[in-house]
Ligand binder design. Sequence first.
Ligand code: MG
Length: 388
Amino acid sequence: MKIVDIREVALPLQGQIANAVVNFAEHDVSLLALVTDVVRNGRPLVGLAFNSIGRFAQSGILRHRLLPRVQQAAPQSLLDDGGTRWDPARVLAIALKNEKPGGHGDRAGAAAAIELAVWDLNAKLADEPAWATLARACGRPVSLTPVDVYAAGGYYYAGGSGHSLGDELRRYRDMGYQAFKMKIGGASLTDDLRRIEEALTVAGAGSRLAVDANGRFDLASATAYAQAMAGYGLRWFEEAGDPLDYDLNRAVADLGLGPVATGENLFSCQDVRNLARFGGMRAGRDVFQMDPGLSYGIGEYLRMLEVLEQSGFSRRQCYPHGGHLINLHIVAGLGLGGCESYPGVFQPFGGYSPACRVEGSTVMPSDAPGFGLEQKPELSAPIAQLLA
Ligand code: MG
């Protein structure tokens, strides 16, 4: 049983959208395939994954450093002791050979694409959805409960463009979503408050609307926004300031004006430990958004959860960044709080496949083997091209 080929392609994200800090028009994603000599239904079994969304493809790090190490490794060294499955931790360790600790950055996303593809492969070997493989591997009950979900988006639209924030959120509502997240910080406070009120006409209640500043604010601006938004009772205030400015996060939390959310730009359990120690995060209240696809995959994410639970937080406070199929399976398999969805943007990766039912503000993964990426219509052509 061996991996006979590894393929990677950088796929551009579709859409001309922007948040407070970046325009996504230039963003792309690494789609990765681990092709094996195992044959199922007359075809080679293939593990598929990608390095989350809202960042960049990692073709350089993958092709020049990580993938050659995996390709040159003895096939047996990538398997578990029984030789019946690939071992995600062993594959990752080989991919990261000769890499120094720390300095996580883009390498963490590149490595995650490989590690997650191994999980997809193992789930397909067992002919089961990835959430079930993950639950079993972690000693959790292999039973599926509906996953809390919100539609993320809420971008900026130029006046006279024919598009509006309200229209965007209404489209998500028509798809079955009842909770939403929108961007702030890309306009004046006055304009953003007007946008929040426009969004609330769709969400219906502040508890169904979160706002995301993408790390834009200094403490004075973050405080001004937190105070101005306090009356809306919003679900959370995400990444008010620089993701590594734990003291700013603590200061915003200490205002006591509502839940805060952060973590999508922390790529290691050491960073999460520092957030837990110094970031002022409150048990049972604030939200952790670390994303396995940006941070070495599921193994590192499990260590992050351990750090959080040892620090008195609940895994129900975790809503990973990245509204796509891989994180849906991870949330379902690990019993996390919920996940986001990008039903309108970040195609071909954003959102779920039609077989994943969205209703009553919850979503259920389908029973497709692995992460079910092949079931997503927008991904089927890129996957076919990658494997051709
Ligand atoms: Mg965010």
